[in-house]
Design a protein around this ligand. Structure first.
Ligand SMILES: Nc1ncnc2c1ncn2[C@@H]1O[C@H](COP(=O)(O)OP(=O)(O)OP(=O)(O)O)[C@@H](O)[C@H]1O
Ligand SMILES: [Mg+2]
Length: 233
């Protein structure tokens, strides 16, 4: 397994946000975590990437226990997290944002930038533009492109489709498929369960901090309870 989460429990003060969840991601997979607002999806990703700590259990990435490794070291080890709300550096240009994403690299940043531009031609056109003036969809592309600059083994995406028009949602998901074909393993958090399950190999359903279901994505797409709760009936 590339990533194994065993018995994760996360608290915000007295609030028990993640209640003993376990899940895994194999190399080459797209795994999705679906769930309603407040289910704990973002908390789970933040805990894997070291921004929050689990009180119990273990998180294993590339055969190492990463439960106490700080976030910047995890980036260098191949774990990239594109947070909710696309936090790009608003005052910097597109190109400067991408350079920031390469800070863990000793070599190869330039050729890597060309790969990112090949994936996101829109970013190349706008490489001198200040990120704060990009559209929402372009900022999402930039956030993903910046994460790719570290050449991650596992890319965790938190709601990449949030707030985007349907055509841009399709584009973002096409890029997720391209990344997957190119060999990147992806852990995808989405409220857009339909889209997420249609690209994923497997899925987990999170409800108020607990995993209530885990199955191949195509089975979840046909599951009556999942359909009723997350796929608009
Ligand atoms: N900093 C915080 N302090 C206190 N409670 C928090 C904090 N962050 C999240 N929570 C609570 O933890 C629970 C899980 O939140 P989380 O952000 O992980 O949900 P989510 O599944 O990502 O939801 P959404 O789909 O709305 O993004 C929620 O009840 C939320 O109110
Ligand atoms: Mg969230």
């Amino acid at each position: 397994m590339l990533l194994t989460v065993d018995n994760m429990n996360v608290y915000y003060g007295a609030i028990h946000a993640i209640k003993g969840i376990s899940f895994e991601v194999a190399e080459g997979e797209i795994v999705t975590l679906i769930g309603a607002n407040g289910a704990g999806k973002s908390t789970t990703l933040k805990t894997v990437s070291g921004l929050l700590r689990s009180k119990t259990g273990s998180i294993t990435f590339l055969d190492k226990d990463i439960g106490n490794v700080p976030p910047h070291k995890l980036v260098a080890q191949g774990l990239a997290h594109v947070p909710e709300g696309r936090r790009v550096f608003l005052q910097m240009t597109v190109e400067e944002n991408l350079e920031m994403g390469a800070y863990t690299r000793k070599t190869g940043a330039d050729s890597h930038m060309e790969k990112v531009y090949a994936l996101f031609p829109r970013l190349k056109e706008r490489r001198r533009q200040i990120a704060g003036t990009l559209s929402g969809g372009e900022q999402q592309m930039l956030a993903m492109g910046r994460a790719l600059m570290s050449d991650p083994k596992l890319m965790m995406l938190d709601e990449p489709s949030m707030g985007l028009a349907p055509i841009l949602v399709d584009q973002i998901f096409d890029i997720i498929k391209d990344l997957h074909k190119a060999g990147t393993t992806i852990l995808l958090v989405e409220q857009n369960a339909q889209m997420a399950l249609s690209v994923a190999d497997r899925g987990y359903v999170l409800e108020t901090g607990k995993i209530v279901k885990s199955a191949p994505a195509k089975d979840l797409l046909n599951d009556a309870a999942v359909k009723a709760a997350y796929l608009g009936g």
